[in-house]
Design a protein around this ligand. Structure first.
Ligand code: BGC
Length: 338
């Protein structure tokens, strides 16, 4: 069968390989791949900057945003032939640390977790994959190809779960306004979940046309192009979900949160020396009771929350349209049925 593989650490080593066909494995689901989402992490792996092959192997099968159909399910599994499923990306470390031992592998304490298609575990970018039933999530078939959005939605569902938890530190705090910086797939899904929470949603991106402004409008949000400082002079957000990883954006956001505001960093920056006034940042955060925190990955509860959020289908028809759009792409998806 065909699989997309890379030589981790080597730039532009991605190729379509012929690998051994998988045999059904005892206790495992046998899944035929329908679609594979491509994100910034995949591009980083292809650039040679990230990723690790499974121990004892040179190449890594990439792909962590999966969608497949169950061809075989073992007796007693809560899956049936024909179900649409998505694989959970991260698997617990072998120790396991207290977080992994309690199912919170997204909060792994020792860094020895593995990730399908990213870190020491083959991914889902093959025509078929086998997966343990407890590492798979059932997706509403009615979502069709949009089921491939489950993994990025799980990342966003975790971010919102943690924002909600931080918000509960005050009995009186009630968020009204959410600003999302970056309208890529993660940003758009963050906006979708913000809207489902009843928040007044604002989204900032660089795209002047294409599907992004349309999608934000369809969500009932306000779309801004470019000028973050201009936006922040008019808006003091209670919550910001930062999805660009752009250092100037992060620098502007700190200092413009509402009192008790929360800034959740989801975008990953590249390391670069920057001059920031840490004294001013400290004053804003301390005197404003503000919280700035990072969020990555997702555990099973977040995948389930994501499946529910997507099943609510606020405007998924538009997401489907966005999946097809070539100019100003929001999400690139490889269709394995072609
Ligand atoms: C994936 C996460 C993963 C992270 C870091 C992201 O693209 O969605 O599941 O934990 O990369 O490897």
């Amino acid at each position: 069968m065909h699989a997309i593989t890379v030589l981790p650490g080597v730039k532009n080593s991605a190729r379509l390989d012929d690998i051994d066909d998988l045999k059904p494995s005892p206790g495992m689901l046998s899944v035929r791949t329908l679609a594979l989402g491509v994100c910034g992490t995949d591009r980083e792996i292809v650039s040679g900057a990230y990723g690790a092959a499974p121990p004892g192997h040179e190449r890594l099968v990439i792909g962590h945003e999966s969608l497949g159909v169950v061809e075989y399910a073992p007796d007693g599994a809560s899956f049936s032939q024909g179900d649409h499923v998505v694989g959970i990306v991260r698997r617990p470390d072998p120790v396991p640390c207290p977080a992994c031992a309690s199912g919170e592998w997204d909060m792994c304490r020792n860094g020895r977790y593995t990730e399908h298609g990213i870190k020491e575990r083959n991914g889902f970018g093959a025509q078929r994959f086998n997966i343990a039933p407890d590492a798979a999530i059932k997706v509403d078939k009615a979502l069709g190809l949009c089921g491939v959005l489950l993994e990025p939605t799980s990342v966003v569902a975790k971010a919102w779960d943690h924002i909600d938890r931080v918000g509960r530190r005050s009995n009186a705090w009630q968020a009204r306004t959410a600003l999302i910086t970056g309208a890529g797939p993660v940003g758009m899904l963050a906006a979708l979940l913000a809207k489902q929470r009843g928040l007044d949603v604002h989204v900032l991106d660089r795209a002047t046309d294409g599907p992004k402004p349309k999608l934000v409008k369809a969500l009932g949000g306000t779309y801004y192009v470019g000028d973050l400082d201009g936006v922040l002079s008019r808006l003091m957000p209670d919550i910001v979900v930062e999805c660009t990883g752009a250092v100037p954006v992060i620098g502007s956001l700190i200092g413009h949160l509402a009192p008790s505001g929360i800034l959740c960093l989801v975008g990953v920056s590249s390391a670069k020396a920057t001059e920031l006034d840490l004294g001013a940042i400290n004053r804003d955060i301390v005197l404003g009771n503000q919280v700035v925190f990072g969020s990555v990955n997702a555990n099973r509860l977040h995948y389930q929350a994501a499946a529910e959020a997507l099943a609510r289908r606020v405007p998924l028809s538009h997401f489907a349209e966005a999946l097809d759009n070539r100019r100003d792409d929001i999400k690139v998806v490889i269709d394995f049925s072609l």
